[in-house]
Ligand binder design. Structure first.
Ligand code: TXA
Ligand code: MG
Length: 320
């Protein structure tokens, strides 16, 4: 960024080169990825990493994902076993995060002082350009304030931080749900967070796959709590009788479903990629309740059901 030029303060939108200049000075910048927007900082800069935790109000025991622009760059920070390398070769750049033993080159803040680091190469041209130009890996947790739905447009980030965080605008995220997080232990693939790359898909490729064990999930705090939650109450229904009963309760509500749930009701189309945007839209309209009718493709999408069940969980501790 030229010396006398500041990012467009009014809009909060910055160019890739402005973002790289800010990152190099230890600032935090939001960047687009194919999954959700991330809150980026230089992974090698402990102060910048601490700023990310502070801006997001994220508990310091919840480690960050490190974003790279090549497998070679990932190998500089982590040790790959054979299966993890196979996964990276198949899916990077893409919505898969690998939890790997780290090489002790990043500040302990990044990994919450654990012996592993989460790494991913995003499939978004602007994200890859920012990482390449920064010349080093970037931490980038989802850009939402802890506990809230992840942002899937630059406008969401601007709204969440009242324009205080500069954003590279990459348009609406094509996937709209966070990456699948896996850890390979002894050749077995543990899925710590479901995403668009499903257990079934990994199994179909000939891998042995299981859901994360309790002790694995303990080390992945972001998977434990209620989050992705809008301000409105989230109610899930699974059959017509249950839906009709829920509709009988007095509340202002938005109904989300993959198709017209019953004749005559007003509803909005729910697709995986617009789930978080619909949560935000419902909150902006001030309704009491978001009723999600979980049928058909929604019920069968493990990543969407994971986010919905967390959002519907009442009163638990929030995270992320
Ligand atoms: O799609 C995504 O993954 C997005 C985009 C921006 O890349 N990022 C994202 O980051 O969702 P975040 O920080 O919101 O979620 C990272 C998840 C959390 O559940 C965290 O607990 C887990 O990954 N995680 C991070 N490092 C870990 C580690 N070393 N071991 C186990 N889990 C880890
Ligand atoms: Mg998150």
């Amino acid at each position: 960024m030229p010396n006398n030029q500041q990012p467009d303060q009014k809009s909060g939108i910055v160019t890739v080169d402005e973002a790289v200049a800010l990152l190099s000075r230890g600032e935090v910048v939001a960047i687009p990825t194919e999954t959700v927007y991330g809150l980026a900082a230089l992974a090698t800069d402990a102060n910048a990493v601490r700023k990310v935790f502070a801006v997001k109000r994220r508990p310091s025991n919840n480690p960050l994902i490190v974003h790279v622009s090549s497998i070679a760059q990932a190998e500089e920070i982590a040790w790959f076993d054979h299966v993890s390398m196979q996964l990276a070769t198949w899916y990077w750049p893409g919505p898969l995060t690998l939890v790997l033993p780290h090489r002790d080159v990043l500040p302990p803040e990044v990994t919450a002082a654990q012996d592993t680091v989460a790494v991913r190469m995003p499939n978004h041209a602007l994200a890859l350009e920012v990482i390449s130009k920064a010349g080093q890996p970037l931490v980038a947790p989802s850009a939402n304030p802890s506990g809230k739905p992840s942002p899937t447009t630059a406008h969401h980030v601007i709204a969440d931080y009242a324009g205080a965080i500069p954003v590279v605008d990459g348009g609406a995220c094509s996937i709209g749900l966070e990456s699948t997080v896996v850890r390979v232990v002894g050749g077995l693939v543990h899925v710590l967070r479901p995403g668009i790359i499903s257990l079934q898909e990994l199994t179909d490729r000939g891998l042995t796959v299981c859901e994360g064990t309790t002790s694995e999930l303990h080390r992945s705090p972001g998977t434990r709590y209620r989050h992705y939650a809008p301000a409105a109450r989230v109610v899930l229904t699974f059959g017509e009788a249950e839906l009709i009963e829920a509709l009988g309760k007095p509340a202002t509500r938005v109904i989300l479903a993959p198709y017209q749930p019953i004749p005559g009701v007003e509803w909005r189309m729910l697709e995986p990629r617009n789930l978080f945007a619909e949560f935000r839209r419902a909150d902006a309209s001030g309704v009491d309740e978001i009723l999600v009718h979980c049928v058909g493709p929604i019920l069968h999408n493990q990543a969407v059901m994971d986010r919905l069940e967390r959002a519907a969980r009442h009163g638990s501790q929030t995270d992320q």
